[in-house]
Design a protein around this ligand. Structure first.
Ligand code: URA
Length: 277
């Protein structure tokens, strides 16, 4: 039987009918409560030492096709930036991001897009990169995909509000703090340069779970070039924090068939958070 929460989630994801999601030999999509009661999810060990994500020419979830510049690992500068941001508090980190000129994206951005939400949220959503509207407004996920994200979160009684109970709050950030021109794919060196900022955000929030959304975020965080379809359904770890992989909301807006899988991913994530509580 569907609960109100389940119905809300299905509505948020554009799935109004429950029956097609159930196959004769598969269990119904689990509720978060069911996920919590299920045997502990398989935990995948931490990723191997840092290597650059594979270069690609595919589209970003929300962007136009464009070729990815050749990978140019910058381990020295990245290590220096990591050391620079290591002890920063929230205002200092925000300032450091706003002033960053570590890669060429600073030339074309309108502004940096730092992140938003509750500073002690139990959930952290990590997306890919700001798009046009985010670049204009300075906040992540404010376009159509952000609307879907907010509705998915609301179905789990979660919001990006920056006050209220941390258990019902989400902090949202991107792997890149600047918009790639014409929404082209993030380049590996840009991802590497920007990672220390995200890492510091994670250290400050101390989330119980990271929900990584979209191929570029997922592959960058997990040092993998595997497709999302192969990485989802497991609990990974990023610097010790449990990480669940799911599709990007912009992709879900186009691909009805995978919305049910994203619902499964959210159930898995909710079960992990509950186990930590
Ligand atoms: N897509 C993302 O991954 N992040 C945003 O902030 C907006 C769109």
């Amino acid at each position: 039987m569907q609960t109100e929460r389940q119905r809300a989630m299905l509505r948020a994801m554009g799935l109004r009918v429950w029956a097609p999601l159930v196959t004769p030999d598969a269990d119904p999509l689990p509720l978060p409560e069911a996920a919590a009661a299920a045997p502990p999810p398989r935990v995948v060990e931490p990723p191997p030492p840092i290597r650059q994500p594979a270069a690609t020419t595919a589209r970003t979830p929300s962007g136009a096709p464009a070729s990815t510049p050749a990978a140019a690992p910058a381990p020295v500068r990245t290590a220096a930036l990591r050391a620079d941001v290591a002890g920063l508090d929230w205002p200092q980190l925000r300032e450091a991001v706003a002033a960053c000129r570590a890669c060429g994206l600073c030339e074309s951005r309108s502004q940096t897009v730092f992140g938003t939400g509750h500073p002690q949220a139990h959930w952290m959503v990590v997306g890919e990169a700001p798009g046009e509207q985010e670049d204009r407004q300075g906040e992540p996920f404010v376009g159509p995909s952000g609307l879907l994200l907010d509705r998915m979160l609301a179905a789990l009684q979660l919001t990006r509000a920056d006050d209220g109970p941390p258990a019902e709050r989400v902090y949202i950030a991107n792997t890149l703090k600047c918009r790639p021109p014409r929404n082209r794919n993030p380049a590996p060196d840009e991802l590497a340069q920007c990672e220390p900022f995200l890492l510091r955000q994670i250290e400050l929030v101390r989330p119980r779970l990271i929900l990584a959304m979209g191929r570029f975020a997922v592959q960058a965080l997990l040092r993998s070039d595997a497709p999302i379809g192969r990485l989802r359904g497991q609990v990974h770890r990023y610097h010790g924090v449990p990480l669940v992989v799911t599709y990007h909301p912009a992709y879900l807006l186009r691909t009805l068939a995978d919305k049910a899988k994203a619902w499964d991913d959210l159930c898995l994530a909710a079960g992990v958070v509950r186990e930590c509580s």
